[in-house]
Design a protein around this ligand. Structure first.
Ligand code: 13P
Ligand code: SF4
Length: 307
């Protein structure tokens, strides 16, 4: 604990000195999420707040695509990512060239792109979505284009989970989250038998069989709100482990059943990394202006939809 306290105090000093804030995704471990995060939330909340926050420097406590999104929305600010290797299996599953090839093949079909992608991929897209607004985005862009179909990139499971709830026909890509694709309906059954009465909540990046076996599905913020509202006796969060760790401090009376998986990319972000990034002013996210401008249009199209 003294080592953590010393790092937290040093980070707070540097934040003050550099007029900096830390954006902490819900998958950050508690010592980052609770102790140094100024703004906490899911991908959509962080994207919205990044635009509003008054700071010269933003440290992204999250993975690289999140830091790029922040830079796209706040081009005049310095955006630091404590470890540039903090990637994402979804972002790595598709390139800008592959999106261009899809556009040549389906010129009349709008492209909805999950925020878990590179700036280059967003730049080729018509609109972005997150796990909390994917259904609304798909239906809005299909109506705007007068199209019965949309292409949804790159998460196959998120796309299939949205497809099950809309009449819009969805063309999917074969990208997967390496954390959420591992959950299975059999695992949910085994946990229900071992922990009677457990409420099972799943992130929509899980396969559709897992969502069908769950009691509720939603983005990390939606899962958090569900727990806040329902205060179950016992709950299993089928998502990254830090979600449960962060909720335990708010709900010490709830039994959080462990059945989660760690994201190796999120784990690269540490208190030491944040401290070094603030002290050195690097690594800084740099983006090509043309790509950033086109990617911003896709993100702004999403943010312009009703919240
Ligand atoms: P949220 O948009 O729900 O925060 O999820 C981001 C993510 O990376 C999930 O794996
Ligand atoms: Fe990417 Fe999955 Fe990690 Fe989220 S949990 S950052 S989708 S690999």
């Amino acid at each position: 604990w003294p080592a953590i306290a010393r790092r937290v105090a040093a980070i707070e000093r540097l934040k003050h000195e550099h007029h900096a804030v830390v954006l902490a995704h819900n998958y950050m471990p508690p010592e980052i999420h609770a102790l140094v995060g100024d703004i906490r939330g899911d991908s959509l909340a962080l994207a919205r707040e990044a635009k509003r926050v008054a700071a010269d420097t933003i440290v992204q406590a999250g993975v690289h695509f999140m830091a790029e999104t922040t830079k796209i929305l706040c081009p005049e600010r310095r955006v630091l990512i404590p470890d540039t290797r903090a990637g994402c299996s979804l972002a790595a599953s598709i390139s800008g060239a592959q999106v261009r090839a899809l556009k040549r093949r389906y010129p009349a079909v709008p492209i909805v792109t999950y925020v878990n992608t590179s700036a280059e991929v967003k730049a080729e897209s018509d609109i972005c979505c997150t796990s909390s607004n994917a259904l609304a985005v798909v239906e809005a862009i299909a109506a705007e284009w007068g199209s019965e179909r949309v292409i949804m990139l790159p998460d196959e499971h998120l796309a299939r989970n949205v497809a099950a709830r809309t009449h819009v026909s969805i063309l999917v890509w074969q990208g997967h989250c390496e954390v959420h694709e591992r959950f299975t309906p059999a695992q949910v059954g085994a946990i229900r038998r071992a922990h009677p009465g457990v409420q099972v909540l799943a992130h929509p990046e899980c396969p559709s069989g897992v969502l069908a076996a769950a009691d509720f599905a939603g983005s990390t913020t939606a899962l958090e709100h569900w727990v806040d509202e329902h205060r179950p006796e016992r709950v299993l969060l089928l998502t990254e482990c830090s979600m449960s760790d962060n909720l335990i401090s708010r709900h010490p009376q709830i039994d959080f059943v462990r059945g989660c998986t760690l994201c190796p990319h999120m784990q690269r972000i540490t208190l030491d990394g944040i401290l070094l990034a603030l002290a050195r002013g690097e690594p800084e996210v740099q983006l090509d202006d043309t790509i950033a401008t086109r990617a911003r249009q896709a993100i702004e199209a999403m943010l312009a939809l009703p919240a």
